[in-house]
Ligand binder design. Structure first.
Ligand code: SAM
Length: 258
């Protein structure tokens, strides 16, 4: 698909949508493109409901997320600055790239990618939570960013339109993570890079016992050590890289260039 730098960012995003997902009159009343309306695919577990509620988005970026990262990765594990560095390293952004941030929350990484890839780039943050996206809008939307309310497991974009796709701290909350990985791989262009931060089961108790309990209590899915890298490989991605930190793993991979 030809690049259309001259278009305003929203026009560019509408152009990247699959024809069936392109709305006749786009709903941008709240500062993001809402493609879900009354649908809510976030799921019914407690952690999932928190993300869609009103209170958490207010404290998410400055309090919840840094503390949550510590809980998941340990006191001497990567902090937020390290996470940002790892994301940029795995995504290898270049000026003008099209970047997708899946489960973007209030845009804490979306804004980083927008600054890194520069004004000629297009950075799309997609999330199912209206309250998270409203928070992202309140934080200020850079000129090269568009937020979209959509389902990670049914991304509205055409095949192969993004140079880089990030999914940090979201895959373990998404009700259908395998569907989301299908979609992430599908929208990635040849030569495109993916960066994922998610959970990693390392408990002493067998995964088959503890994982359903953690999932039921929190909504967080604990992925097996090789599950995500294997899933990316099955979906045609190569060059997997993984760094395990506490109960988390950073995973990078890319779609082979044609
Ligand atoms: C913990 S936040 C992550 C925000 C940010 N990426 C970060 O690293 O801090 C997880 C986000 O995933 C979103 N989410 C959960 N299920 C989703 C789905 N099916 N489609 C899109 N977003 C979803 C939630 O609404 C929430 O904003």
């Amino acid at each position: 698909m030809a690049r259309t730098r001259a278009r305003a960012p929203l026009g560019q995003v509408l152009h990247l949508l699959e024809p069936a997902a392109r709305p006749a009159s786009p709903d941008v009343a709240h500062g993001y493109l809402d493609l879900l309306g009354a649908q809510d695919p976030t799921g019914s577990h407690p952690g999932q409901r928190l993300m869609a509620g009103r209170a958490l988005p207010l404290i998410y970026e400055r309090l919840w997320r840094p503390v949550g990262g510590r809980v998941l990765m340990g006191a001497i594990g990567p902090g937020m600055g390290d996470e940002r560095r790892i994301a940029l390293e795995l995504l290898g952004l270049s000026p003008g790239d099209r970047v997708l941030d899946v489960g973007c929350g209030p845009g804490n990484f979306t804004r980083l990618f927008a600054a890194e890839a520069g004004p000629e780039s297009l950075v799309v943050g997609v999330d199912a939570s209206a309250t998270m996206l409203a928070r992202g809008v309140a934080e200020g939307v850079p000129e090269n960013v568009v937020y979209v309310r959509g389902d990670a497991a049914a991304l509205p974009f055409s095949d192969g339109v993004f140079d880089a796709v990030c999914c940090f701290a979201a895959l373990y909350l998404i009700a259908d993570p395998w569907g989301a990985l299908d979609e992430i791989a599908r929208v990635l262009a040849p030569g495109g890079r993916v960066a994922i931060l998610t959970s990693c089961h390392r408990g002493l108790a067998p995964a088959g016992l503890t994982r359903p309990v953690v999932r039921a209590m929190t909504g967080v899915r604990m992925f097996g050590r090789d599950e995500v890298t294997d899933a990316l490989r099955t979906r045609g991605l190569r060059g997997e890289r993984r760094r395990v930190a506490g109960l988390a793993q950073f995973v990078g991979a890319s779609r082979p260039a044609r």
